[in-house]
Design a protein around this ligand. Sequence first.
Ligand SMILES: O=C(O)CCC(=O)C(=O)O
Length: 272
Amino acid sequence: MAGNKLNELQLNDLNRDGFLILPELFSENEIEILNEKMPHLWAQDTEANIREKNSGEIRMAMALHQRDEQFSKLVYHSKLINPAYQIRPEPLYVQQVKVNNKTPFSDDVWQWHRDFGNHNVNDGIRRPLALNIHVYLDDVNQFNGPICFIPGSHLTENREVASHEMFFDDQTTSYAVWAVDEAVIGNQVNKAQKLNPDHGIVAAMGKKGTALIFFDTTIHCSPANFSPWKRSVFSMILNPVSNAYGNTDRPDYLHHKDLTPVEPLGGDLLNI
Ligand SMILES: O=C(O)CCC(=O)C(=O)O
């Protein structure tokens, strides 16, 4: 990545697989500054902190760019915003910002889903153009609940009807999700294996500071964290202003209503 832009190979991989891993995009020191903020943010009494069903631990801490200056710097960082504008060259607004947390030995999962299914039904988003951008705040390995993707699953033939291959799951975790049917998962994994037998499902692992970009229709999930290591991942969703929400009744921390286009900030997280 030169000049905080993706190269042609990276763009090709993203378009082929529906996700792209950018190893160690941020330094350990930059990530530590963010991690130092977490205990204070988790302790805040706000409905933007969503707790796990069984353990009561924080599952998601939302709207962090409005709650902490350092997370605001991360949201507008050119290392994240420049690639987003390369992929979607039109005004983009911040739809959602959060840290997804998995405490050690936590049995909470993210079911197989497409973000678009949820954005379409819950938010009244018409087209699957949003980008989900993650930054790992911890090393993510095969044991602590990595996000898993089905390569190529974003290339569904009729993206608009993708949302009808779903069921509403408000039982498995504390955060209800429109999950994708198992039959669809089986078909998509088979399809992916025809292209690469070893890549029916890919666990997106990486050191802290690694970033990840994926499309609104890419099918993904994450398993339980059965390790003694915590796994926190920053996530933000950027969506074209031209594709903004149709529902205005959701709390702002779930879908921000401010449509001001994002502008990139330079520098590093330590100094900007
Ligand atoms: O953090 C995770 O494990 C999964 C997050 C996820 O599925 C999402 O952000 O859509």
